[in-house]
Ligand binder design. Structure first.
Ligand SMILES: [Zn+2]
Length: 395
């Protein structure tokens, strides 16, 4: 399901083939936690160039529940998104959002952050939930440690993550992914054709389960985890537990030891990252896939990522500006609106401001990946990376 097309140093350009389209990599996935990219319609998100989204198993399991989503035709149809979807395992949310979390080798139990009810997740149930959601890529339950984590606990969590990965894989194989299971992938035929993939006929039963490398900030644990997961042979590998406060230097070091352990012919996905600098640093170290709430969360706060750096829309200096948000962007926000108006929307607390900047930010992240890909294909990624850092003067 992954084709490597070009390399430039360690940076890679490839294609991820999913039941909902062929995704050019490096790829950035906007985050639709509750089966929606906040403030935007799926049509707007697709219009900004995004071809793959991330949605959160933890949130959708709690509300509305995977059975409801399956009854409504699966996640794609439920949210009217014809592109690809990756669902995370819920592990990160369990450890960051839930209360009274209890971890045993069997799985995790916790109190829902919504209504306090007791919820249990096991490696097996997490696969079942995602099978019902019908995402294109699913993640196994893992234990994501916070930063800093003592070495002993980091090892324990890593061991559990590997054991859970093996159980997830075995369970997925045992229950099979027969045609019946995969029906939710299919969009209602009365809806528009899947334009992202040119309506090509792609087998619908190809939900891929990735492995997740943990090991906190300990290089030897990262290496060991990666090797043991590779032995289990997953169609893709995620690197989890980073960007949790360890800083870019440590994160880059972890990537430098982890990525070389992963097979060249499988996609590599850095979970929950990040700002543009971190994305390019990770691409330079051989990562192909990313997701992060930054473009939308910061967009709702009036922080715009632009070709000249971060612009704060609430800043008084934009009050009478007739400039577009980003002169070198052709997104609907930059084509149709001026900074003075956007600033007014933020000052007045209007939702449209949040939507317009979120839309621009997504377009910016998508274009950053496209530009990086083009640079890799033409053997000038290093120059592109340096030029980008130099261009970010506005802070
Ligand atoms: Zn724009």
């Amino acid at each position: 399901m992954f084709r490597l097309l070009a390399t430039d140093g360690l940076a890679r350009a490839g294609e991820l083939i999913t039941p909902h389209g062929t995704i050019s990599t490096p790829v950035f996935m906007p985050v639709g936690t509750q089966a929606t990219i906040k403030t935007l319609t799926p049509e707007q998100v697709a219009g900004a160039g995004a071809k793959m989204l991330l949605s959160n198993t933890y949130h959708l399991h709690l509300r509305p529940g995977e059975d409801t989503i399956a009854a409504l035709g699966g996640l794609h149809r439920f949210m009217n998104w014809s592109g690809a979807i990756l669902t995370d395992s819920g592990g990160f949310q369990v450890f960051s959002l839930a209360e009274l979390t209890k971890v045993t080798d069997a799985g995790v139990s916790f109190r829902s952050h919504i209504d306090g009810s007791l919820v249990e997740l096991t490696p097996e149930s997490v696969v079942d939930i995602q099978a019902k959601l019908g995402s294109d890529v699913m993640m196994p339950l893992d234990e994501c440690t916070s930063f800093p984590t003592p070495r002993d606990y980091a090892r324990e969590a890593m061991e559990r993550t590997v054991a859970w990965a093996a159980r997830s894989r075995a369970h997925r194989r045992m229950r099979g992914m027969g045609r019946q299971e995969c029906l939710p992938h299919r969009r209602d035929e009365t809806r528009a054709e899947n334009t992202i993939n040119g309506g090509a006929d792609i087998p619908v039963c190809a939900q891929a389960l990735f492995g997740i490398v943990q090991g906190a900030t300990y290089p030897d644990l990262r290496v060991e985890c990666a090797r043991r997961l590779v032995e289990l042979d997953f169609p893709g590998y995620a690197i989890g537990g980073l960007s949790v406060g360890e800083g870019p230097e440590v994160m880059n070091r972890m990537l430098e030891v982890t990525v070389p352990e992963l097979p060249a012919d499988k996609p590599r996905y850095l979970m929950g990252v990040g700002p543009p600098d971190d994305l390019l640093d990770a691409i330079a170290r051989g990562v192909d896939m990313f997701d992060c709430v930054l473009p939308t969360r910061n967009g709702r706060n009036g922080f715009a990522f632009t070709s000249t750096g971060i612009i704060r829309m609430k800043n008084a200096r934009h009050a009478r500006s007739t400039e577009p948000l980003d002169a070198s962007c052709d997104c609907p926000t930059c084509r149709n609106y001026e900074r003075g108006y956007l600033r007014h929307l933020f000052r007045a607390g209007e939702i449209l401001g949040m939507a317009l900047v979120s839309l621009h930010n997504i377009a910016f992240f998508v274009r950053l990946m496209e530009d990086a890909r083009r640079a890799i294909m033409t053997g000038r990624f290093k120059e592109f990376h340096a030029e980008f850092i130099q261009s970010q003067t506005e802070r």
